[in-house]
Design a protein around this ligand. Structure first.
Ligand code: PEP
Ligand code: MN
Length: 368
């Protein structure tokens, strides 16, 4: 893994401190591109105008983008509004055409990031070209694959990089179209503090009613930009109609967002914070101690199971533990799902520890 991604952030910021990337899911017609870009330029003249020209659709026969003619509409929109342009590229041919029409920023979609061969081909097609590239997270929550995509471009000489967080596909029911899994964003940020991270609010939300909440969360995490799908008339959009908003709604959404300071500055508050943080550190120490003690007891049980050759998983006991915890969680005012998830992890770890103990027995027998 590259220790440092060589990241130059100058391209990202132009006037405003947090970049806005707005535009339709797909460029559909000249009129739609011109009207939407004019509306966005009126909201924020420093925005980057996004539009998909080649659309990676799940099923064949759906609208797959207008291709090269749409690049001309984008170029016209740029000369009219002065907005910079961004589009998705998935194969070297797309790169060649995007460069031909002077697209300013390229992005790699979630369905491309999953495939290192494709990413490598794209990176190689950009050797010697000085253009910003934004890499969306892969569809599934694999941080290494996401980082790998960024590294491939970096190794090909691209230093103007950004990551786009667009959420992750999940089988479980979720209120989001793509679960945000913010903890992965934290992890990426802590591994590469200089790498700009942009939140693709629309593909996480999947519906206009969640846009504001997701955008605010991105700001609360101090991410570097927001990507919001914007269409002059979302009701007739040919892709992602249910998550797009008009430029006017975009203006309202942005106005409602609450800016946050990156850190505490006033001394009194800093002191109060460190008092609270000390208490948290102490509780964390106790939590670790308690977990350690609990696992020691799990080991003792493992030894007993080994001695009497009893299976590890005792369903009735597990049910009792989880029901007991659910009750206590309620009394303690804790969110039940949160406690359930923690106990599933704790139980998994007990089973792992006990399996090692019982496997040791098997090996002894085999050894004899
Ligand atoms: C898009 O940005 O319209 C798109 C197709 O996104 P993703 O690759 O995140 O699905
Ligand atoms: Mn889309």
């Amino acid at each position: 893994m590259l220790k440092e991604l060589n990241t130059n952030q100058d391209w990202l910021r132009k006037g405003s401190d947090r970049i806005l990337i707005a535009g339709p899911c797909s460029a559909e017609s000249e009129q739609q591109v011109m009207e939407t870009s004019a509306g966005i330029a009126a909201v924020n003249p420093n925005a980057i105008f996004r539009a998909g020209v080649w659309k990676p659709r799940t099923r064949p026969g759906l609208f797959e983008g207008r291709g090269e003619p749409a690049l001309q509409w984008l170029a016209d929109a740029k000369s009219k509004t002065g907005l910079r342009l961004a589009t998705e590229v998935a194969i070297p041919k797309h790169v060649e055409l995007a460069l031909k029409y002077d697209i300013d920023v390229l992005w790699v979609g979630a369905r491309t990031t999953v495939n290192p061969f494709m990413v490598q081909e794209l990176a190689e097609s950009l050797k010697g070209v000085d253009i910003p590239v934004m890499v969306k997270n892969p569809i599934h929550p694999d941080l290494q694959l996401w980082i790998g995509g960024l590294e491939r471009f970096n190794k090909a000489g691209i230093s103007k990089l950004a990551a786009i967080h667009r959420g992750f596909y999940t089988f479980e029911h979720s209120e989001y179209r793509n679960a945000p899994r913010w903890e992965l964003v934290y992890e990426l940020k802590s591994l590469y503090p200089a790498l700009p991270i942009i939140c693709d609010v629309s593909h996480i939300a999947g519906t206009t009613s969640l846009l504001n909440m997701v955008a605010q969360q991105a700001i609360d995490l101090n991410l570097d930009g927001l990507m919001i799908e914007t269409h002059c008339d979302p009701s007739v959009a040919l892709s992602d109609a249910q998550q797009q908003i008009t430029p006017e709604k975009l203006r309202e959404l942005l106005a409602l967002l609450i800016a946050r300071n990156p850190s505490f500055t006033e001394e009194v508050i800093v002191n109060r914070m460190s008092g609270i943080r000390n208490k948290i550190d102490e509780l964390d120490r106790l939590l670790m101690k308690t977990l350690g003690d609990r696992m020691e007891l799990a080991k003792e049980i493992g030894e007993l199971k080994k001695e009497y050759n009893v299976s590890i998983l005792q369903l009735d006991r597990w049910k009792e533990v989880i029901e007991n915890c659910m009750q206590k969680a309620e009394q303690a005012g804790l969110y039940k799902e949160f406690v359930r998830n923690i106990f599933i992890q704790i139980h998994d770890e007990s089973i792992r520890i006990q399996s090692t103990i019982l496997t040791a027995k098997k090996q002894e027998v085999i050894g004899h």
